[in-house]
Design a protein around this ligand. Structure first.
Ligand SMILES: Cc1ncc(COP(=O)(O)O)c(C=O)c1O
Length: 443
């Protein structure tokens, strides 16, 4: 079903039917499962989400960077319908099927680097990260894992340990997996001696800390998001990723790029590592990979991936045939509809407008991101003091007007924008007008 690409606000948001459903949710669903905007969805497509009260909201969130090709994208719908009718599950570890192999072939080809690669499929981003760690440890025979300030890698035990933010992800859930060490992120906006020194100084600090506190020969892997997602869309200072990756190679340490949020055209390239020519040893992907169906992957150098004994990797549902069929259709859509180009077009529209907003509203301390992964960081004007209250207020004001926005950041002071790559220019501009009005009313 096609969805008219038009914002419509008919009721208060959330409307009465959504409120009824939210009341049911509160008495049926564990309260630990939070909700950003309790608007219950009936259907969605392109840049619009339609709720049960008939409101049509502009989508600047893509279900947290998932529906990059749009919701219910036609090729995905057709592929899933066909696959559901053919078979829904056999377990790839029992009796395999072509779709899994084909997804692996595509990932081996599309991910950075032309070396020989292998792929294993899983169900969620966190599961992919867990497996990347397993593989790196097995390959190196080492245990320590190095992760960065502001990192987010998931909510399972190992990935909570890797994640840097306590509330809400870790609070009260310890003890966490051992042998995880944290180092500073090359965060240009907040680098004490200025952004121009950030890459070099952060790299020096990283090397010194690993040497002094962990030991290179104890270190199995360094894991980094090439643009940090939940941490606040932090784009590392140019050159930092390449230096870390190169140093890992020299030390026999596996360099893992977690591209779960940045992958699949989101940043205006197939993968964020591509912007700097960085070639990771292992790359984790999920989210945008399958048009909304749950699928995740670890792709990497054949000699690292194949170090694991037969049977050491897998899971009942990993690489489910319906999710694989969706991924094949999603990848075809990204290629044939040039969604790399679409992400760049979105950047060319949004970035100048966000920069203009920053000129107008001094609470916007930084504008950053790439492609269709853009953010503004809010502070007390003239300082670096995070302004989480304003971030929440602006986001809530956008919601009231029928614009889905998300927040992020270790300090809760980042508004992040992740529109579907298929959103029209008119909706983008309308969404930005709403954002501007929300700043005018609250900043
Ligand atoms: C960079 C990154 N890694 C891992 C994850 C975890 O993925 P999932 O929620 O599918 O487990 C996320 C999710 O937001 C992410 O952004």
């Amino acid at each position: 079903m096609t969805v008219e690409q038009k914002r419509i606000v008919k009721t208060a948001i959330p409307g009465p039917r959504s409120q009824e459903l939210q009341a049911r949710k509160l008495s049926a669903v564990a309260s630990g499962v939070g909700t950003t905007l309790p608007v219950y969805v009936e259907r969605a497509g392109g840049g619009i989400v339609v709720d049960v009260d008939g409101n049509q909201l502009i989508d600047f969130g893509s279900g947290i960077a998932v529906t990059s090709i749009g919701n219910a994208a036609p090729r995905v719908v057709a592929a899933v319908q066909q696959q559901v009718a053919d078979f829904t599950h056999t377990c790839f570890m029992v009796t395999p099927y072509e779709e899994y192999v084909a997804v692996a072939e595509h990932l081996n080809e599309l991910t950075p680097g032309t070396h020989d690669k292998r792929t294993a499929l899983f169900n969620s981003g966190a599961e992919a990260v867990e497996n990347a760690i397993k593989i790196a440890r097995h390959h190196t025979g080492r245990q320590a894992i190095v992760a960065f300030d502001h990192a987010y890698h998931g909510r399972t035990n190992m990935t909570m340990a890797l994640t840097a933010k306590n509330m809400p992800y870790k609070h009260g859930f310890g003890p966490f997996a051992p042998e995880v060490y944290r180092v500073p992120m090359a965060y240009p906006y907040r680098w004490p001696t200025g952004p121009q020194n950030c890459a070099d100084e952060a790299f020096e600090e990283f090397v010194a800390l690993v040497h002094a506190q962990v030991g290179e020969t104890n270190t199995a892997a360094v894991i980094i998001e090439p643009i940090q997602g939940e941490g606040g869309f932090i784009v590392p200072a140019p050159g930092f990723l390449a230096k870390v990756s190169q140093w890992c190679t020299e030390q026999g340490i596996v360099f893992i790029a977690d591209e779960i949020q940045t992958g699949f055209c989101r940043t205006g390239d197939w993968f964020a590592c591509d912007h700097e020519g960085v070639v990771p040893d292992l790359i984790t992907t999920a989210k945008g990979i399958a048009g909304g169906l749950p699928l995740a992957a670890v792709t990497g150098r054949a000699e690292i991936m194949d170090a694991v004994h037969v049977g050491g990797l897998g899971g009942t549902y990993g690489g489910n045939p319906v999710a694989c069929a969706a991924a094949l259709a999603a990848i075809e859509t990204m290629r044939s509809d040039d969604l790399v180009g679409a992400a760049r077009r979105i950047e060319s529209i949004m970035l100048p407008r966000l920069a203009a907003l920053a000129e107008k509203f001094p609470a916007i301390g930084d504008v950053r991101g790439r492609g269709a992964m853009l953010a503004v960081e809010l502070v007390a004007p003239g300082t670096l003091k995070p302004n989480a209250a304003l971030t929440s207020a602006v986001s809530a004001a956008c919601h009231q007007q029928g614009l889905i926005t998300l927040t992020a950041g270790t300090f809760g002071n980042v508004l992040r924008f992740l529109p579907p790559l298929v959103i029209g220019d008119d909706l983008l501009h309308e969404g930005l007008d709403i954002l501007e009005a929300a700043f005018a009313a609250n900043a």
